[in-house]
Ligand binder design. Structure first.
Ligand SMILES: Cc1cc2nc3c(=O)[nH]c(=O)nc-3n(C[C@H](O)[C@H](O)[C@H](O)COP(=O)(O)OP(=O)(O)OC[C@H]3O[C@@H](n4cnc5c(N)ncnc54)[C@H](O)[C@@H]3O)c2cc1C
Length: 132
């Protein structure tokens, strides 16, 4: 795909107006927020040009309901969450906006393997929980 670089430095893509571009969305969290977003993406974004990734640092999903159990119902809530999603085990350690490319640049640790890798996305949902 060709592009024009005007003197200002930015690039104009030579594609028809309104052409869908590949879009990558990353969500940090496999708690309630991440699960809800995953369901919405699965239901509403079928057939769209969307690449979707969830990263979760715990070896299991559930977020607050994985680590807090002061309510008797915590375990049933956790089991409900477990039944509706899968395990991930990836911790996002850094998210930096790359101004030049217009993308988020993430550093991710694969906690099972102990390795680190980089990922990029157009949009980032930070749902890491504000009630610690
Ligand atoms: C003690 C307590 C009691 C509560 N009681 C209630 C209640 O009775 N009813 C109610 O509705 N809500 C309650 N809440 C609120 C609770 O936070 C929400 O119910 C809900 O669990 C929030 O979901 P979430 O997905 O937004 O965040 P969380 O459940 O916090 O999930 C965040 C997830 O992000 C992951 N994460 C964080 N940082 C990273 C990283 N860098 N890389 C990868 N993964 C990461 C965490 O491991 C976690 O799994 C309570 C919270 C607390 C702390």
């Amino acid at each position: 795909m060709g592009s024009i670089t005007p003197s200002g430095g930015y690039k104009i893509q030579e594609v028809p107006l309104g052409s869908p571009r590949p879009f990558r969305l990353v969500c940090i969290d496999a708690g309630y927020s991440g699960l809800l977003l995953s369901i919405i993406v699965g239901q509403k974004m079928q057939g769209e040009n969307l690449d979707y990734q969830v990263y979760e640092m715990n070896g299991d999903l559930g977020g607050k309901w994985l680590v807090n159990s002061y309510y008797a119902t915590a375990s049933s809530i956790h089991h409900y969450l477990k039944d509706t999603a899968v395990k991930y085990g990836h911790k996002v350690t850094s998210a930096v906006w790359d101004e030049e490319v217009g993308e988020w640049c993430l550093t991710v640790i694969d906690m099972a393997k102990g390795t680190e890798f980089e990922d990029r996305c157009n949009a980032l949902v930070n749902a890491t929980g504000f009630l610690q």
